[in-house]
Design a protein around this ligand. Sequence first.
Ligand SMILES: Cc1cc2nc3c(=O)[nH]c(=O)nc-3n(C[C@H](O)[C@H](O)[C@H](O)COP(=O)(O)OP(=O)(O)OC[C@H]3O[C@@H](n4cnc5c(N)ncnc54)[C@H](O)[C@@H]3O)c2cc1C
Length: 808
Amino acid sequence: MKSHAKVVVIGGGVVGCSVLFHLARHGWTDVVLLERDELTSGSTWHAAGGMHTINGDPNVAKLQKYTISLYKEIEELSGQATGVHLTGGVLLAATEARLDWLRGVVAKGRYLGIDLEEISPNEAAELMPLLDPKQFVGAVRNKEDGHLDPSGVTHAYAKAARKLGAEVERFTKVEDIVRRPDGSWRVITNKGEVVAEHVVNAGGLWAREVGRMVGLELPVLAMEHMYLITEDMPEVAAWNQKTGTEIIHAVDFDGELYLRQERGGMLMGTYEKANKPWSEFQTPWNFGHELLEPDIDRIAPSLEVGFRHFPAFQNTGIKQIINGPFTFAPDGNPLVGPVRGLPGFWVACGVMAGFSQGGGVGLALSNWMIEGDPGADIWAMDVARYGDWATMAYTNAKVRENYSRRFSIRFPNEELPAGRPLKTTPVYDALSAKGAQWGVSYGLEVPLWYAPDAVRDEFSWRRSSDFDHVAKEVAAVRGGVGLAEISNFAKYAVTGEGAAGWLDRMLACKLPKRGRMTLAPMLKDDGRLIGDFTLANIDDGEWFIAGSGIAEQYHMRWFEAHLPKNGSVRIEALGQKLAGLAIAGPKARDVLAKVTRADVSNAAFPFMAVARMDIGMAPCLVGRVSYTGDLGYEIWVAPEYQRAAFGALMAAGEEFGIGLFGSRALNALRLEKNYGSWAREFRPIYGPLEAGLDRFVAYGKEADFIGKAAALAERKQGGKLRLRAFIVEADDADVIGDEPIWFDGTVRGWVTSGGYAHHAKRSVAMGYVPKEIADEADGFEIEILGKRHGARIQSAPLFDANFERMRA
Ligand SMILES: Cc1cc2nc3c(=O)[nH]c(=O)nc-3n(C[C@H](O)[C@H](O)[C@H](O)COP(=O)(O)OP(=O)(O)OC[C@H]3O[C@@H](n4cnc5c(N)ncnc54)[C@H](O)[C@@H]3O)c2cc1C
């Protein structure tokens, strides 16, 4: 074993081997993979080997498509068979709601280049002869489904990597990882040490244990999973003989089953409701090529459905039941990327669909390590989407929920209950008493809307029970004044003598003067967005930043990686050390004036001013800015004072009819102002010009801010895309995001978000289209639930296009 390497990859499952291959293919060949046993000695060896392109997140779906396309290449490179059978498959719907969901999947496929087609149950039965068409209401055909040999694929990655110069050390167990003073890592094994610049944790079932070696508690948990293999079936033999082809894959979502041919019989797996975690706290090191005890009672309810939906199973025997563990993150997507606070330590774990996702994970991670950027939008897999709040118990609750719902529909207005409430703010009970319906953001409970006693969300793809109530919240804001809790924003304090200079390099905007705020895009080296913030200059050495709450860890990782080593700049993520309230609407100033002695007249406290002031008895930081696009204020307050500030504002607002509004109303309000938001409109694949944030970029400022050269180039070349707002001729359903945008009969763009703008009384959508068509007046359509609706670009905001209300 070599004593030094650029990269040590820990774990020889499908994921570690893919990472190794991609690093080597990308030119880093001084890389070694350490495996404590034979390759595949974790989850990989007993997997069912199914692969498919569809995923709830379109960016993950793209990486799945890439993974599947890779198998031919690694087979050729390595000379190792992967056993790939690209049979195609059918996705089945037994309910109308499921069919609506599948239509959304088909629509997404249109701009992702995934070939999906809606077909009838009878057509599905012609393709997959074991299903009973009477049990289904519709189906979708996917040509890119298939299965493979898990061991073959893993060895193919490893052999291809070796051919490119990478090394693989089997029977080499990593026992500890220690940081050296120069920042490199000592990887201590049972066979000696390797010093490495980078370490990748691809430990699969042992990812937690490997994480713990560097003081990291990763939010992953293994679950038991069972699939059965039948005896040979005459129906299968007859089909094979008649068509010369295998029986294709089937996913029966309502039965929570997946099926495929396995030799002369069938394989059927299920995600059972009565699921069971495996090794909740610690994975035993002596586990390897064992299987777990099958428990047929646990999967019996799913099998019953399976036998009804696929009657031929009633006449066959079960040859074997496989029960094995594999790991999940709380939301079921992988954990990939560099770990905040541990430079050179990377993770590629929690990969629950290694044969659909392993290639994409390897590609993204190797790009990230070598180029400094994953090269794709991988937010849905980024390890930074979790913070300290994702504790072991939280992970346990969420993974179990996610497993049991693997094939369940999640409606756009559906909030999942497990692991909640976890983080709450001091006004939680007061807002609950007013009917707050809670959602969750980065572990924190956030009010979505306020419901009268008997009304609750009815889960639907269409406008639902909250519609009229959200309309009332919007009307309160636009007609008088509303109050929202906004503690879910991320808040950062930046201090130190070097703060101004550092911010000038980190952020693309012009720095605001003392007492002023500005919108502040942050760019990566490639000139694309990595953040959009509000930056406030409280006092020249003291700066405050507000940004997307879900991206706190993501942004802190970036900020900290760019801090000067001399300690001249300090940045702190304030999390819930600072709570937030917002008031907005034409009467907002009257309310504020009643509760503070500060002069908040337009002259003394104009749009984008920021100052400390007391609200009632509570010391606060107040900024004159509002995401509603109305006259409004964002108020930041230490949690111990939040109730006092809330009480003072509500009492002062009474005479103006103050109403509470939640995040759904806020969404409706920001949409009619064409305001984008992070992780929807603003993502790391768009440049500021494309995203319409170029007006906040100080291209000419002296500071050589990160991404400046690339942003200038984008401005010169014009980028490729444009973010646009559309008015949609919708009927009873609005866009939810990820719908295709059609132009002149072909799919040319995609929706990032949208909804119903209650004040303007319009269904609206925001999304990206190629710049060549971005100013066309006619010809656009947006597909909602399988139906195309006319759409028109809305160039000026529907509300307050001249900024009169906002600046009044
Ligand atoms: C019953 C079952 C059916 C499945 N069906 C499918 C399917 O149809 N399709 C699909 O895509 N996925 C399926 N999966 C999931 C799939 O198996 C996983 O997604 C995949 O195997 C994860 O691979 P991995 O490399 O991340 O982890 P693992 O396979 O667990 O590999 C981790 C490796 O790291 C090694 N290791 C850990 N710690 C150390 C250390 N300290 N030093 C050295 N080596 C170490 C381990 O020995 C192991 O070999 C199934 C899983 C199960 C259990």
